[in-house]
Design a protein around this ligand. Sequence first.
Ligand code: AMP
Ligand code: DBH
Length: 546
Amino acid sequence: MIPLRQVWPEEFAERYRRAGYWRGETIGSVLRDRARKHPERLAVIGGEIRWTYGELDRRADRLASGFLASGLSPGDRVIVHLPNIPEFLSVAFGLMRAGLAPVHALPAHRLAEIGHFARVSEAAGYVIPDIADGFDYRTLARDLVREVPAIQLVAVVGAAAEFTPLAAIEDAGGPALPAPSPSEVAFLQISGGTTGLSKLIPRTHDDYLYSFAASADICGLDEASVYLGVLPIAHNFPMSSPGTLGTLYAGGTIVLSRSPSPDACFSLIARERVTIAALVPPLALLWLDAARTTAEDLSSLKLLQVGGAKLSAEVARRIRPTFGCPLQQVFGMAEGLVNYTRPDDPEEVIVTTQGRPISPDDEVLIVGDDGRPVGEGETGHLLTRGPYTIRAYHNDPEANARSFTVDGFYRTGDIVRRRPDGNLVVEGRANDQINRGGEKISADEVETHLLAHPAIFDAAVVSVPDAYLGERSCAFIIPRGTAPKPSEIKAWIRARGLAAYKVPDRVLIVDSFHATAVGKVSRKDLRESLRRQLIAEDAAAEGKGT
Ligand code: AMP
Ligand code: DBH
């Protein structure tokens, strides 16, 4: 098994320890400590469940022992594929306390993604709900164990069928727990995927704990804070910026919503007196609309975070007057670096920038295509290095060679500029990643699946601007023989086991990718020219009133 590691050069590690960023504590010990201090405070609310810190802590311990008793060994990886339910937290803490590494999949992922994570991480376990949002995860588990026989344990929250009920693991008892080291990898986060498949991001206790603790401070969280988990809590943003973990760090309460809809969330905000929530831009639009007419009392909100994709200044401006609290823009990535506007920043900064880094030791380098730093205020590629930004992906030498400079800077793929006040403005992406309202799609990955269709000769997937999602995806298809219908092509992508958000929003059948001498033009240039052509055609069609 390829060991999990994340190593900073000693001089950096030394600096981060000396500065107090890395404190030599594990993520599990944060919960332990808070549970000792205030066992009766509410830690997490979800559906009918209301667990105190004491109860969450006990459940995590029992699961930790139970996972080890069920045949997993410290160092093993376990894919966690759960929706926004309290068990997400008891499972994640239980695994980490057992020295088992959670691999945090998103609820939308399907066999193609989960199979990939299982293979690359060499996973031994898989944790699922029985049915969630109308999808039976047990069927996915059956397909997965057929494809990846190394999965020896499938644990199910709810009706387990032939698998192991999570409740049985919790009751199994088991060996004494190991003491994971703070510099060890705590879990694997998932990258959005730029070229091809998602990569796995090993995060250590030391680095991740710093990122959510410092985030909790920046966001002013304390024991009175009530965090609403709206986005899938496996995602880095609602997990750590400051998210569920930052809330537990501060001793606050997490409220989990199974649906991001304003209806569901507004009534939870009113009932539980929620103080902070994190949204992606399309959700912010929905919430803004609904807030104008809602009868629910939203006055407990103190901060509304929006991130994951670029928020337009027009929309940003409406947040404070509508919700009566400041907006916070959050520009982050699962690989590390997170930027925030601060709650007391001038409104102009909050509305028009994506904020500045968490740490004084976050190094931000903005370079031109030639790799040299651009002038002050100019636009370029964002590279970064710091106390919670990884130096390497797991088990992917090629991606590592591409994504990190020899000096250990992570190439984010984002095009940004830095204002004189230090705040960053995101101007776009350097590579063909489509950001569909915060959900990241690799053009490459979808094209690979399209090309596997017998009636597709060539395919190019591009982003097109969208008023609601920011970007959506369009697939250009050159057929081989009789052209398949767009609906067939969409069904094909679904049938390949890809997450639904990767299904092209639009499919255009074309004779050729004209203007491109085959083989002479890079995929990137081809996608760019198709994208331009499509935007021009759409504008012309609109002008004609069609
Ligand atoms: P992921 O790889 O899924 O962790 O996504 C990280 C990427 O999301 C970043 O590199 C950006 O491209 C994008 N992103 C995140 N937050 C923002 C934001 N506030 N504005 C613009 N882009 C963002
Ligand atoms: O998009 C992201 O990945 C993201 C956005 C905001 C993130 O990882 C984060 C904050 O931590």
